[in-house]
Design a binder for this molecule. Sequence first.
Ligand code: ATP
Ligand code: ZN
Ligand code: MG
Ligand code: MG
Length: 476
Amino acid sequence: GTVMEVKYLDANEWKYHGEGNRSLVVSHVQHCQVLRFLKFPNERSQPNQALEEAPRRLRNIVDFSKHVMKLLLGDTFVQPGEVIQLPLDFVRQLAMKIQPERPGSRCNKVMDAFSGYALCLPDLTKFQTCHRIEKRPPLCIEIKPKCGFIPFSTHITKDVKHRVCRYCMHQHLKVANGKWKRISKYCPLDLFSGNKQRMYIALKSLLQEPQNNLKIFKNGELIFGCKDDQDCLMDLNELANHLKAYFFPANGVVSGPQCTRTVISELIHVITIALVSNINNCKPGDMKRIIVSEERSHCEASHFCKEVLRNGIHVVENSGLPRGCVLSRILQVQMLDMMDIDGIYPLYLRVQQHIEEFPTDRTRLHLDGPYNESFYESLSDSHSQDDETVDYAAQKIHQYRVATTAKDCSVMIALSPCPLEEWPEPSPIIQTSRACFVYSVSILDLDPKPYENIAHQYKLDGKIINFYLQNTRAKK
Ligand code: ATP
Ligand code: ZN
Ligand code: MG
Ligand code: MG
């Protein structure tokens, strides 16, 4: 690890930025940098072990990003960052400073203010390439799209999994558990469809109920989104107020419901372009689309699909994602999960039984990393059929875990307004009738999910399905 430059190490210059289940992020008030800390469970019993593990866990995160996800998702989308060591008094001060900003529902875990290790990453919400006279700060849209296909594994026994997507089913349990107040109408299959109408509905639904799937930042500050169900910024009129300077550049005084509608649909349009553009390689001939077969790309719970069925709307437009766009990259990695948890769980039990007998094989099979080139190679299909070996099982488990990471990552779209006359030529731009932005797209939160999680995933899957069936049957 690198030791960070001393001049940045004043806790007052860093502020709370956000957190997920496994890490907490602070951003520098001025520089384009964030620090990402691990979180530990609150129980006092185990911090010592967790402490010793911190630098290894962080290194695994960087390696997994660098040697696995970056290769699968594409060079330009992934910024692995680096492990750094920080002075403990700086970290302790920081932890105290940010504590009051944390949402209550996340406080069952504490920030790692003990090991002195963290990840240093570029602040993706602050990207800015147009330095000139531009007064409007950069915008950033973060989307956590979740799993974009219906599982196709022959190991699945519950028929509902072939009809309703995981996200839509999980919503019912999350609302019942009190994690969120209302069921979201967002369906990932609509977002990943590549069909403009379906994508519009998906993004509109995210704006109506952002939960933890949509955040919008202006100049690095959260202006729209939820910390938890108690603490949400989700007033569309307010959002439109923030955004109208970007979409009505000549005249910022417009207001009212018409203004909100126009600004929001313009925003959705810009996000859609960013999600389906092939930034890296803009050759127009390369517009081959990734088509997911019909039955895997429609979810019965999707409100779009319900409308289509009810009104007999004919979907004219081309479906499928252009090859190379960020969504198709993510979807392809998600689809490395070919067996579904139903097929993976028995293989997990096979591996568990094996390593009980031969504990040192845990390392040989790369179950906890290291996530180096040879782990990456172990992903490719060397065993095409189940030959009853533990190696076959491990290979399938690796593919499943990589896919799981892609089902949980976030896409960051950074937009910097830029009049066309000042377009810094090689940078990609998004141009609409009302606005022009230089933009970048990144993928973040590419941590490896622990091998042991498979048992938990299996139980959770059963719970989600049973609850969904119960809950929807009860309502019919
Ligand atoms: P999850 O529960 O989704 O797995 P996590 O605990 O792994 O989340 P992250 O998603 O990596 O944590 O980070 C939490 C939040 O911090 C993100 O949703 C994002 O808003 C912000 N964030 C993370 N990395 C960056 C970055 N490089 N630049 C700007 N913001 C970031
Ligand atoms: Zn769905
Ligand atoms: Mg994560
Ligand atoms: Mg996250």
